[in-house]
Design a protein around this ligand. Structure first.
Ligand SMILES: Cc1cc2nc3c(=O)[nH]c(=O)nc-3n(C[C@H](O)[C@H](O)[C@H](O)COP(=O)(O)OP(=O)(O)OC[C@H]3O[C@@H](n4cnc5c(N)ncnc54)[C@H](O)[C@@H]3O)c2cc1C
Length: 405
């Protein structure tokens, strides 16, 4: 449908809802929110635990209660919510192909905001060895079983990983009648910060760091996981395996439409306002980089929503300058900077991730001159924030450098 809305937001998680509400608060008349599930809330709908919402709503919610608050906010601000609508392709000129109840149609707007989130990588993507029995799940799948069907699919799983979401998996098991046999991390350290990483030990669950997964065994169901830890081979009798974390952006729509994916991040390449290579498209939330908290995604959505409202009034045509970097830096968001007339973009900081644990000096150079640096230890999957310096938008070369030592 031509002119279906001024702005269409794809994805009704914290980022998408915040962007849609902010557009309405900035006077944009027709804001449509497309969500493929029946309800808004995204990944938070299934997280039965808290904390969600403290910074954005000033109180602590469980995941489902937070999701309901998001839905209420969208309604209160007059967002046109279209649940059960899956976007299946993106086109030039801000046009989308959308499927709903077996009917495929086209919707067009002045701008599109993509907020499709991230997903945990599957067993296959992690190249885990062993048999292929039933009972290997991600945290998201486990929480959907529990929240939507009241089912706990195992009694004694082994949990792989050590990101924040891993401890969400432990909590979900303990709250719903399962007792994890062990938490297993291949790295010699936990990826989540303390105190979250103390949680398995506090709950009396063995936490093997620096362990190698040798085998997943079982004829029909998972029966055993074999690991090597500290030179000893251990058999962990269990009835399931939870593969947690290693999130990847849900960016397949960008990939299939050939729209500027930042290779390192496997995410849409954006500038400081969340604007994509095609300037009619914007993106926010976990689709930009795996993975952040719900509150972070919400604030990012709100900032990008405000930027889109500005862009509708004053479109920007300035060329983009790429932000360059090399390993061990894994990704930088935003990956581009455009010269604008506003002092600051929607994203006031660069966000970086590292591929591995390193110690040394991280620096930012504009046109070859160092404008910022920090020395220290950097761990994978940990957020590193670098404030955007003055003079950034005039620079022709923007690079992050890392020197070990
Ligand atoms: C198991 C788990 C536990 C967590 N625990 C916490 C916690 O305790 N505290 C915390 O702060 N954060 C937690 N998080 C993180 C938090 O949920 C996310 O950071 C947040 O939901 C990200 O918001 P988002 O809007 O970017 O993406 P999502 O919440 O992932 O929302 C994306 C939405 O886009 C929709 N979508 C995707 N593709 C399409 C399409 N083609 N068409 C239409 N719709 C589409 C999806 O259905 C989804 O609703 C947890 C996450 C997980 C997975």
């Amino acid at each position: 449908m031509r002119g279906a809305a001024d702005v269409i937001v794809v994805g009704g998680g914290p980022a998408g809802v915040a962007a849609a509400v902010e557009l309405r608060r900035n006077g944009v008349e027709r804001v449509m929110l497309l969500e493929r599930e029946a309800d808004l809330g995204g990944a938070t709908r299934h997280c039965s635990h808290s904390p969600f919402g403290m910074r954005e709503f000033g109180r602590i919610y469980s995941g489902p209660a937070y999701a309901r608050r998001l839905a209420a906010e969208a309604e209160r601000h007059g967002v046109m919510v279209r649940a059960g609508h899956s976007v299946v392709s993106l086109h030039e000129n801000a046009r989308l192909t959308v499927a709903c109840n077996g009917v495929v149609s086209e919707l067009e707007a002045k701008r599109i905001i993509m907020a499709t989130g991230a997903r945990e990588s599957s067993r296959a993507a992690r190249l885990l060895p062993g048999d292929r029995p039933v009972g290997v799940l991600s945290t998201g799948a486990l929480q959907a079983y529990v929240a939507l069907h009241g089912l706990m699919p195992f009694r004694s799983p082994v949990i792989l990983g050590s990101e924040l979401v891993t401890f969400s998996a432990v909590l979900t098991c303990l709250r719903h009648g399962a007792r994890p046999v062990a938490v297993v991390e291949t790295l010699p350290y936990a990826l989540a910060r303390t105190p979250a990483s103390w949680f398995p030990n506090l709950a009396g669950i063995p936490f093997f760091r620096g362990a190698e997964l040798l085998d997943i065994q079982g004829r029909t169901r998972v029966e055993n996981v074999r690991i090597s830890h500290g030179g000893i081979t251990r058999d962990l009798a269990c009835d399931g395996v939870l593969v947690t974390g290693r999130f990847v952006p849900e960016a397949s729509l960008f990939l299939s439409s050939g729209m500027g994916l930042a290779q390192a991040a496997q995410a849409p390449a954006i500038d400081q306002d969340g604007r994509c290579a095609n300037p009619l498209y914007f993106a926010c939330g976990n689709v930009l980089r795996a993975v952040e908290t719900g509150g972070w995604a919400f604030r990012e959505g709100r900032a990008v929503g405000a930027a889109v409202a500005r862009d509708l009034a004053h479109p920007i045509a300035a060329p983009r300058v790429a932000v360059t970097f090399a390993p061990p830096i894994k990704l930088v968001v935003p990956g581009y900077v455009r010269a604008e007339d506003t002092a600051r973009g929607a994203l006031g900081e660069f966000q970086l991730r590292f591929t591995t644990r390193v110690r040394g000096e991280l620096s930012l150079e504009l046109d070859g001159a160092r404008v910022w640096s920090r020395r220290g230890e950097f761990l994978p999957e940990r957020r590193v924030l670098v404030p955007m310096p003055t003079g950034l938008q005039a620079a022709q070369r923007i690079s992050f450098c890392f020197r070990e030592g």
